[in-house]
Structures are given as C-alpha cells and as structure tokens.
Design a protein around this ligand. Structure first.
Ligand SMILES: C[S@@+](CC[C@H](N)C(=O)[O-])C[C@H]1O[C@@H](n2cnc3c(N)ncnc32)[C@H](O)[C@@H]1O
Length: 414
C-alpha cells in the first residue's frame, strides 16, 4: 500500500519523525518520494492512519495513494470509481502538490474547474446527490479548510501529486500524476490549545512549540514504560506531550523555582483535561495513577539524584541563551555560544552517568542566525569522546522566519 504524508514547515524534521515512528511500530516501509513538503511511502502492512495521526507532531495530512493518471482531464471518471458516497450532500475538494521543484501548480489548478463542474453535474444527474466543491486560492487546501468544511466526513479531499519530469515507467507520456485521498488531518486545535491555554507560560525563558516537543518525544523511540527525564523542563512542554502520548514514567527538573511551579501547574492541567476528555476508564485510571516527578535541580548535580544508568531517555531543550534584539554583534554572540558550550558540556558529563547503556538523548542546540553570520555550538567531538554516538544523519532544524535563534535537534545514543 502506498501512503502520502503532507509535512509541516520543517519537512526534513517531519520526515525523520515519520521514519522513527514507523520503525518503532515495526512497519516495513520504503520511501518512494520526498519532495519539498510531501513524503510518499510504500508500507508492507496496512497502516493504522488514525493512530499515526494522533501520534505525529510534524505531519499535516495523511492519506492513501489510489491511482496513477496521465492528465487531470481524465480524472472525473476515476473519481466515480474511487470514491464511495454516502447519503446527503457531498463536500469535495482538490489539492495540488508538486513532486519536483519549480512545478507551476497554478497551471494545473486552472484545469481543475471543469473537472469539478463535471463531477457536480454527474453527481446531481446520475446519483441524485447535491454537492459542494470547496476551493481556496492556494493550490492545496489547508488542514483548517479540510476540517472546517468537513471534507473527510461528508465527502473527500483528493490530492494530486504532480511530477513534470518523465518518469521511468511512462517516459513517453512525459507526465505522471499520483492521485491520493486524505484520510486524516492534524489535530491542530489540540496542539494550539496545549500551547496557548495552559496556565504556566514563560515567554522570557522561552517555550517549545508543542508540535516540536511531540516530534522530539517521537524521535527518542522509547517504550511506554521507559523512564524519561527532561532536566531543563522549563514550563514542561516535553513532559506534557509525553503524557498525551501515554508515557507515564516521567521526571522533570530545572534550576528555577518559577519553572518548577509552571511545570507542575501545566501537568496538573493537562492530566485533568485528558482525564475529562477520556471515556475509557482504563485511561482515566492510568492518568490518575501517573506520578510525574518534578523538582528543582541544577543539571550539574543530576548524578547526585539519580542512580547510575537508570534513565532510558533524556529529551530536553536546555537554555538557548538570553533574549536577543537582533542587533547584537558577532563578538557578543560568540561569547554567548562559549558560555552555552560550557553549560551543555557539563550537562553531557552528567548525562553519561545517569543514562543507561543504549539510552537516547534528543536535545535542542541553538543556532544563531543573523544577517551576516551564523554561530553554532561546536562541541560534537567532545560529546562523542565522552561515549555518545550521534544517531541522526540529516541536519534536523526547526526554524521560523525572522527568528534569530533556530533550533537544531540532535539524537545521541550511549
Ligand atoms: C529554554 S528553557 C526550556 C523551556 C522548555 N523546553 C519549555 O518548553 O518550557 C531552558 C530552561 O533551562 C533552565 N536552566 C538553565 N540553566 C540550568 C541549569 N544549570 N540547570 C537546570 N536548569 C537550567 C532554565 O531555568 C529554563 O527553564
């Protein structure tokens, strides 16, 4: 079976998360295509799409590839063959994605109008069904549009994946379009609520976006009962996402009183919210019984509090430096980097003691991105010398436009 994943704003990171989770859940898979924000994967066994959608932080839509066509004009017949109709009004929409750089999707967008009109006509005349074609200005419908218009409930979103270049199979025809149907869209409201509605928020120290915290937990590939530590827990975003994923053996520490207070408030809030939302008595029981330990501790003293080799995963975003205005000189940033290198190295020298053999670290390093220079921590050789192996091959960056501090995610194994 072939599936597609529409990836979030940092596609390399989203791809790494999908690979980590498919591997962790024992799926046998092969990547067929990866272009800009689309990942196409062939999977031997059938995929539990709903479960996967609830788990991933960096994926916007998941669906199945249904067919291959040579031109959009021939799609309308396929539509009637591929889509099952219920009773009542049908809501349908199309999204276009390019599987190569520089594809002019607008050109294809124009071709979709007559196709949609013909589908509407046939639905009315042949099946006696009213329908609504949902459109947007962009070539692809956003997950918000798909959800708000209830496309998955009352009809379908059809995604077209366009390759302009001749493919191996149909070189003579020079064009190949994969047709897919969206089966799940990201629960963006839930991520938003966990970001903005939680009681403990600290804008000054900075908070991870919950989607990134979720990606980091997934990258660690840890079993449900594993002991997971966030030693720079801040307001507890990583612990919060781990709770939602069902992890129960969690510990958070931080050297600031404010952070400990925020984390406790947020974890209490998320546990209650989760408990209230769940109709499953077992889930309620597990949440109530969960004991997340949170306490004040400087990272330099970790080994005084934890048994050697007792932690199975450390997932964390340490200090990323002071708030910046963007006007700092390179010299100033170099000094910040030096100070952070010291803190990170002292943290790693504690991590090696408390982490068990084979244990994972998923950690954020800051990258200072200024107009005329980029500065990064340069401590990988020392970390590897301590006995850690860097696991990720690709450079995993989480960035937002105009931010001076980008986050680079590393995965290490002891
Ligand atoms: C960027 S914040 C972490 C934010 C967190 N990921 C969140 O989403 O809320 C870094 C945290 O590291 C803590 N910190 C700084 N130096 C520390 C140290 N030496 N030991 C322990 N925690 C420290 C700060 O108090 C701060 O809460």
């Amino acid at each position: 079976m072939t599936y597609f994943f529409i990836l979030g704003k940092n596609p390399i990171l989203s791809k790494a998360e999908i690979e980590a989770i498919l591997e962790f859940l024992d799926y046998r898979f092969q990547i067929i295509d990866f272009s800009s924000n689309v990942l196409i994967v062939e999977i031997k066994n059938s995929l539990d799409i709903e479960k996967l959608n609830q788990r991933l932080g960096g994926t916007i839509k998941i669906g199945k590839i249904l067919a291959k066509i040579d031109s959009l004009e021939v799609f309308e017949d396929k539509f009637f063959k591929l889509i099952k109709f219920g009773k009542g009004k049908i809501h349908f929409g199309f999204s276009l994605y390019g599987l190569a750089d520089k594809i002019n999707l607008q050109k294809y967008l124009r071709k979709l109008k007559p196709v949609a009109m013909e589908i509407k006509r046939r639905l009315r005349e042949e099946k006696n069904l009213n329908s609504r074609w949902v459109v947007s200005k962009e070539p692809a419908l956003s997950s918000v549009i798909v959800k708000k218009n209830q496309l998955l409930k009352y009809g379908s979103e059809i995604c077209f994946f366009i390759k302009d270049k001749p493919s191996f199979i149909k070189a003579s025809e020079g064009m190949e379009i994969l047709v897919g149907q969206t089966l799940a869209v990201q629960q963006f409201e839930e991520f938003g609520a966990r970001d903005y509605n939680r009681p403990g928020r600290d804008q000054v120290s900075g908070m991870l976006p919950p989607k990134l915290a979720r990606i980091m937990v997934n990258l660690a590939q840890t079993k449900q009962d594993a002991k997971i530590l966030d030693p720079f827990c801040g307001s507890g975003t990583i612990l919060q996402e781990a709770i939602v994923l069902g992890y129960r053996n969690l510990i958070g520490s931080d050297n600031s009183d404010r952070a400990i207070e925020d984390t406790k408030k947020n974890l209490d809030w998320i546990s209650k919210k989760f408990e209230a939302a769940s109709s499953d008595p077992l889930t309620k029981l597990r949440v109530t019984a969960s004991a997340v330990k949170v306490f004040k501790l400087d990272v330099k003293d970790l080994s005084s509090q934890f048994e050697p080799n007792s932690i199975e995963a450390i997932i964390t975003e340490p200090l990323l430096g002071p708030p910046l205005s963007g006007k700092e000189s390179q010299e100033k940033i170099k000094q910040i980097v030096k100070d952070l290198e010291k803190l990170y190295l002292s943290a790693f020298s504690e991590f090696i003691k408390v982490l068990c053999k084979g244990g994972k670290i998923v950690i954020v390093f800051p990258v200072f991105k200024f107009k005329n220079f980029t500065e990064k921590l340069n401590i990988l050789p020392q970390i590897e010398k301590m006995g850690f192996k860097k696991e990720n091959q690709a450079e995993l960056i989480y960035s937002r436009e105009k931010q001076h501090v980008w986050r680079q995610i590393f995965i290490f194994k002891k």
